[in-house]
Design a protein around this ligand. Structure first.
Ligand code: PNS
Length: 162
């Protein structure tokens, strides 16, 4: 069975991430979303467990997708799940500059290939970092995230005020 490993911080999972998963499911028989975390020194808005739960809830109606947290390297996590390839979404040339270097590093070390998936234009501007920042100041981001993530953000910061 062909499997895409989709790594990321997913803090939090947003609709651009959903698009990447959906595109991967058109090319691979299954997908594993890997929430990459530093278990010794967790940082970020949501805990690793919260990120996994929110991605799971967001993707609950899709067959062939699993979500897990991993520590360490993406290549080790990809090997652990028997992935055929790593899949990454690209929003911009800036993403490409970073991602192509990681893709070549990962290939040179293990031989695993990375497949780049171009983000849908209507989600090309979405980032977890700006979602966190805007939500923390009471701004509305519900149109950029799933209902469970919107509820979790409201739980952290209160309901949006704008
Ligand atoms: O959502 P992000 O923050 O863009 O995800 C980046 C992530 C977690 C996928 C990337 O930093 C990563 O793969 N980290 C795991 C550590 C690793 O494999 N490092 C070597 C890269 S060549």
């Amino acid at each position: 069975m062909s499997t895409a490993f989709i790594p990321g911080s997913f803090d939090p999972f947003h609709l651009g991430h959903v698009d990447v998963v959906d595109q991967a499911l058109e090319l691979f028989e299954s997908a594993v979303v890997g929430v990459l975390v530093n278990f010794e020194k967790p940082s970020g808005l949501f805990t690793p467990d919260e990120r996994v739960d929110l991605a799971r809830e967001t993707l609950a109606d899709r067959a062939g997708v699993t979500v897990r947290a991993f520590g360490g390297l993406a290549i080790d996590a990809a090997a652990e799940v028997g992935a055929t390839a790593i899949a990454k979404g690209l929003r911009s040339a800036a993403d490409y500059d970073i991602e192509q270097q990681m893709a070549h590093m990962n290939h040179s070390v293990t031989g695993i290939r990375t497949v780049f998936l171009p983000c849908r234009p209507d989600f090309g501007f979405v980032s977890s970092r700006f979602i966190r920042e805007i939500a923390s100041h009471g701004g509305r981001v519900e149109h950029l995230v799933s209902a469970p993530v919107a509820a979790a953000l409201a739980g952290k910061f209160g309901s949006p005020s704008t």
